[in-house]
Design a protein around this ligand. Structure first.
Ligand code: SF4
Length: 724
């Protein structure tokens, strides 16, 4: 096999929020794949590393499962149509629906798989031209609690640190994260850091004993949902053991006394250990290590966010970093690991139903006015839209009559997923843009639009450390597939908004996005003045240094961490000057009170269901399911449980069993890996009705959400199990 070096493309992995740089080369004379994939040594996220999902990308290139042409449903029949027919139908139906029922009768449900440019155009179209904020994203299911926690503490949604901090820390606390499987390249970086720094201590806080525990010095298998109690207990311990950074707390924070008062409820570490279901000795060892170590980084992910108390959990972690002044400095800080490749990029353009573009707020009239003037739009949504779970409830109730779903599979991935089925089957008009022809969601589409996939589309994504990185096309568009930004712009033109959507290349959209971030935004980390800070209008998110990029410069754009205030100068760490984005420039301690998960185990449903990813699959397997290498790791869905629970409920290992919740059921094979606590079961999220006989765990998950963020409680649903 020979490599054609002339045809090498630098792009970004389409899977997790690590955002690894990938070099793709076309191979000649290969018997297996047309392309070879390697990590890019110079990419800041992965420095040459890839996990097995990234390494297997070449196996997923092909058109076998693709949606290649626009299709419409008519009289129970699906027929291939011209793009112009499909676009006319969408524009006419959305227009008529809004005229008859108002702007809030239509909605978009989009995805952290979209590129920033697609996301930007969708958000602009819906909020600035349709006049509704009913656009939400599957990122709501992933990191919206982190967003809400950041905004409460810092006055802005911002991740202060960078991946390099993992290598500089002396204590890494991993909370609610199986990093080894879900962010594998970050796990590789932590493992290497531990090899080179014998003082580096790793603490894993997770109900399950996962592969991440392989490098743990302390594992706290806390009971699901008790994180707030644990971190309140830590805050109290820090207070008792004089670990406060007095200068930092006095000069740069507010609200400590209320937070400490609440934390005092967990002053008794013995009672706290019992509440959290962990050993007292391990708990105190963790508290002591945290108190005595200066360079501490706390990484958190879905186990924190996906909870009825997700936002409070985030703030309970941030409180401990504020108390010790460990933020905005090398090797320190709270760090949210995003799940999806572009969860962060979606936040930048206001992809959530309660945000505007460029990190501005829908609820702020000054910021609304600024965005509207910049877009020169006829109107702008003035109230928050519906968040993911409530959005599909509104569809079922008939309040939303037309919905456009892009790059996501809510019939599998949302909680109470059978409710989503009912909603879509009752909805008057469903548009689905996807790369895959047959998914559990495309089955409900009135109009199906073929989208471009990884390797075909061009744009940017932003990873967990704020690094904007290019995804570049190296394949021809299959069939009649088109970029999502193009399809939205074509509909916008048909609805009379042509001038605002006259895009010909994603570089034009990126430029507009960068200019909006800098519009009437003279602030920067170094130059902010007191009057500016006092205006509540000071934002870190600023791409001033990337305004006016030419198409060739956009094509060649290197990975850069925002804020980018001068050309090609990213910012690895923020909050370094201890100025926060609240009006007084101070961070906030948030007083948080521990509440157990909303739905508790009962006699009828005695077990708690936890769900999550496995190492070698991604979301609903539409891409990773194509790679034989990845399928060999764990080939079928499973229910993992404690062997004593299996005995108690008459379940045999390796045999099929049925799980029931109040919301749905599934059947899968039982394993007793030894990794589960008593009373808890784990089921992976990936399998669908398309890939297994309907093992959609989403069908069982309770539709309980965090009251602040709207993020669903995927980690705690009461269930019962019986032999199949
Ligand atoms: Fe892709 Fe994430 Fe693996 Fe990196 S760690 S190669 S971004 S799946």
């Amino acid at each position: 096999q020979t490599l054609d070096t002339a045809q090498s493309t630098h792009t970004t992995c389409p899977y997790c929020g690590v955002g690894c740089g990938v070099e793709v080369r076309k191979t000649k004379n290969s018997l297996t794949h047309d392309h070879q994939v390697n990590g890019i040594d110079t990419h800041p996220a992965n420095q040459g590393r890839l996990c097995v999902k990234g390494s297997s990308l070449a196996e997923t290139i092909g058109t076998q499962s693709r949606l290649l042409f626009p299709q419409c449903q008519a009289n129970g029949q699906t027929e291939q149509v011209l793009w112009s027919q499909a676009l006319d139908k969408i524009a006419n139906t959305f227009k008529a629906t809004i005229e008859q029922h108002g702007a809030d009768s239509v909605a978009f449900y989009v995805s952290g798989q979209l590129l920033t440019e697609d996301y930007y155009v969708a958000n602009k179209f819906v909020k600035g031209f349709l006049g509704t904020a009913n656009i939400d994203t599957n990122s709501r299911l992933c990191m919206s609690s982190a967003v809400a926690g950041h905004k409460r503490a810092f006055g802005e949604d911002i991740v202060p640190g960078c991946y390099e901090d993992f290598e500089l820390a002396d204590l890494i606390v991993l909370v609610g994260s199986n990093t080894a499987w879900c962010h594998p390249v970050l796990f590789q970086r932590i493992t290497k850091a531990k090899e080179s720094n014998p003082n580096l201590c790793v603490v894993v806080i997770d109900p399950r004993h996962t592969a991440t525990c392989d490098i743990a010095d302390i594992h706290l298998p806390l009971l699901s949902g008790t994180d707030v109690a644990l971190f309140n207990g830590l805050l109290h311990w820090l207070h008792q053991h004089e670990a406060q950074d007095h200068q930092f707390v006095t000069a740069h924070t507010q609200g400590l006394s209320d937070a400490l008062k609440q934390a005092g409820e967990h002053r008794d570490t013995k009672a706290l250990a019992e509440l959290c279901g962990v050993q007292l000795q391990s708990l105190e060892a963790f508290f002591d290590k945290f108190a005595k170590t200066e360079k501490v980084i706390t990484l958190f992910s879905m186990g924190v966010n996906q909870s009825s108390q997700g936002t409070d959990k985030v703030n309970s972690i941030i409180n401990c970093h504020l108390y010790t002044g460990r933020i905005g400095k090398p090797g320190m800080g709270p760090f949210s690991m995003t799940g999806q490749p572009n969860a962060m990029g979606g936040r930048e353009v206001g992809g959530l139903a309660n945000m505007l573009a460029a990190h501005m707020e829908l609820s702020n009239p000054v910021q609304r006015d600024r965005v509207q003037r910049f877009w020169q739009s006829p109107l702008i949504a003035s109230e928050n839209g519906l968040k993911a779970v409530e959005l599909f409830e509104a569809v079922e109730a008939g309040r939303i009559k037309a919905i456009w779903i892009m790059a996501t599979n809510p019939v599998v991935s949302l909680p109470n997923a059978d409710q989503v089925k009912r909603a879509l089957s009752n909805c008057d008009f469903v548009v689905v843009s996807d790369i895959t022809a047959k998914t559990d969601t495309t089955a409900y589409a009135d109009v199906l639009l073929p989208a471009l996939g990884w390797g075909e589309k061009d744009g940017t994504v932003t990873n967990s450390e704020r690094c904007i990185s290019r995804q570049r096309a190296f394949l021809n568009s299959p069939g009649e597939a088109m970029p999502d930004w193009w399809a939205i712009s074509q509909v916008a033109k048909r609805m009379g908004f042509g001038a605002a959507f006259d895009y010909h290349h994603p570089s034009e959209i990126f430029d507009e996005h960068a200019r909006l971030s800098a519009f009437e935004n003279a602030s920067s980390e170094n130059s902010v003045s007191a009057p500016e800070a006092a205006s509540y209008d000071w934002r870190y998110f600023n791409l001033k240094g990337l305004c006016g990029l030419s198409k060739p410069a956009y094509d060649a754009l290197p990975p850069l961490q925002w804020p980018v205030l001068t050309p090609y100068q990213g910012t690895s760490r923020v909050l370094t000057n201890n100025r926060f984005s609240h009006p007084d420039g101070k961070a906030r301690f948030i007083s948080v009170k521990y509440e157990p998960p909303r739905n508790k185990a009962s006699r009828d449903y005695p077990l708690a269901l936890n769900s999550g990813r496995i190492r070698d699959q991604w979301h609903t397997m539409t891409r990773t399911g194509l790679a034989p290498t990845l399928g060999s790791h764990i080939p079928e869905p499973f229910i993992d449980m404690h062997p004593n629970d299996a005995l108690l409920f008459g379940i045999k290992q390796n045999e099929l069993a049925r799980l029931h919740s109040q919301w749905g059921t599934l059947v899968a094979r039982v394993q007793c890996s030894g990794n589960m606590r008593r009373g808890q079961v784990f089921v992976p999220i990936h399998w669908t009705a398309q890939t297994a006989s309907d093992a959609r765990v989403g069908a069982l998950v309770n539709p309980v959400v965090d009251p602040v963020s709207g993020e669903p409680e995927f980690k705690h649903t009461p269930v019962r199990i019986e032999p199949f």
